[in-house]
Design a protein around this ligand. Structure first.
Ligand code: PMP
Length: 434
């Protein structure tokens, strides 16, 4: 890259000036490892950005993509069709919770979220309940960066530069309490926080509320697991009040927590699930929104020649993306990867919690193959997180992710126990420098 100027690319969610002074560049990838531009093998502790669940460089996927692009590069799915998204949807719903047999395709997590919110609003209207328009998100929630997603999202920096956003949105408080510090798996305390939804219903009236959206496991907001029973309680309250429950599974989908979806593992079935990332193993952008049959069916009345939902993207169900997703699904099924995170969970948990011995460590959280190590704040918020992340990359040849003073990890599901030990040891070395 030495002859290439880094100036023209305005990088997303990046301190551009800092990055460009000391760029961290990845040039190839295979299995559990990236290769950096200075020739080092970097152990991937983050599955890219929570997306390469099956590991890197999977030939089955790249060959399927190459074959598809030669055969049918593009075909519209507005009033036209081609076989791939039909086949993909049919195969995907075998893994989704019961009753969720319909899929709407998008190109990203953000588009999946906005699609889900729009379907929720249009559903109530289709049922004759047009006053149900309010949306409820949660503090610390991350639901992508489109306007719907940042409106229901609960991260100040992602919202406050961008005007008034959607009106009629409330936020539940985030579901983590100090008693849960150093919990393993789903924490014991905090189920009562779900009752706040009842307060909102009393305040606004169930007849005015369309949907509640939460991440089953909070990802970008700092990696927080839901308290035992919390999601189940949200489900009960939403069901009693004809409010749709949306799980944003953009990071937890496709095996991250030990089953195809967190909903399956947690035994709580929402009405809508948003996904992206692991759907194609990150190889081609694609998202998928799963909906309960009763939602889909609510649109299938009226004159047949009328479009049921005025929503969609030029690339919804794109043939090349769908081919990548089908090949990815083959791998997940053949290698039983959806269950891999449960097999590795105990080892992952013990390895991570060994870092508790360091004084700077404030909390450790884990579930499936998701982990977070949070530091006590140093002089400035996020300084220790960034320092640990940078040390891992340059000195330990490992890739972790920092959000503030939280180091988040979500390795590909093909990671070995030895590689888990290596990853955690590298973070331990980074912590010693703080
Ligand atoms: N929802 C969640 C829970 C996410 O973690 C993300 C991405 N990190 C998104 C939505 C947005 O996905 P994308 O960046 O593909 O738009």
């Amino acid at each position: 890259m030495s002859s290439t100027s880094l100036d023209a690319f305005w990088m997303p969610f990046t301190a551009n000036r800092q990055f460009k002074a000391e760029p961290r560049l990845l040039v190839s990838a295979e299995g559990m490892y990236y290769k950096s531009d200075d020739g080092r093998s970097i152990l991937d502790g983050t599955a890219g950005l929570w997306c390469t669940n099956a590991g890197h460089g999977r030939k089955q996927i790249s060959e399927a993509v190459a074959k598809q692009i030669h055969e049918l590069d593009y075909a519209p799915t507005f009033q036209m069709g081609h076989p791939l998204p039909f086949e993909l949807a049919q195969r995907l719903v075998k893994h989704s919770p019961e009753g969720m047999n319909h899929v709407f395709f998008t190109n990203s997590g953000s588009e999946s979220v906005d699609t889900a919110l729009k379907i929720a609003l249009a559903y109530h209207k289709a049922k004759g309940n047009g006053s149900k328009t309010r949306l409820i998100g949660r503090e610390k929630g991350y639901h992508g960066t489109n306007f719907g997603g940042i409106s229901v999202g609960g991260l100040g920096n992602n919202r406050r530069f961008f005007g008034s956003l959607l009106t009629g949105v409330d936020h539940l408080q985030h579901a983590w309490t100090p008693e849960n510090i150093f919990s393993k798996g789903l924490p014991d305390h905090g189920v009562e926080l779900a009752e706040e939804l009842n307060t909102m219903i009393q305040l606004h009236g169930a007849e005015n509320i369309a949907a509640v959206i939460v991440e089953p496991v909070v990802g970008s907001g700092g990696v927080y697991m839901p308290p035992q029973g919390y999601l189940k309680r949200l489900r009960e309250i939403t069901a009693q009040n004809d409010i749709l429950l949306i799980f944003d599974e953009v990071i937890t989908g496709y095996g991250r927590v030990g089953e195809a979806f967190a909903a399956n593992r947690m035994g709580v079935t929402p009405d809508i699930i948003t996904t992206a990332k692991g759907l194609t193993n990150g190889a081609i952008p694609m998202g998928a929104v799963f909906v309960q049959d009763f939602i889909h069916d609510a649109f299938m009345h009226g004159p047949e020649e009328v479009i049921e939902l005025f929503h969609g993207y030029t690339y919804s169900g794109h043939p090349v993306a769908a081919a990548a997703a089908l090949a990815t699904l083959d791998i997940y099924e053949q290698e039983n990867l959806f269950n891999k995170a449960i097999e590795l969970e105990q080892h992952w948990q013990e390895a991570l919690h060994s870092l508790r011995e360091y004084d700077v460590v404030k909390d450790i959280r884990n579930y499936g193959l998701v982990g977070a190590v949070e530091f006590h704040q140093g002089d400035k918020l996020g300084e220790r997180g960034y320092k640990a992340f940078n040390h891992c990359f340059w000195k330990e040849n490992t890739l972790v992710r920092c959000t503030g003073d939280v180091i988040a990890m979500s390795p590909p599901l093909i990671i070995s126990e030895n590689q888990i030990d290596e990853l955690v040891a590298s973070l331990g070395n980074a912590i010693k420098t703080l």
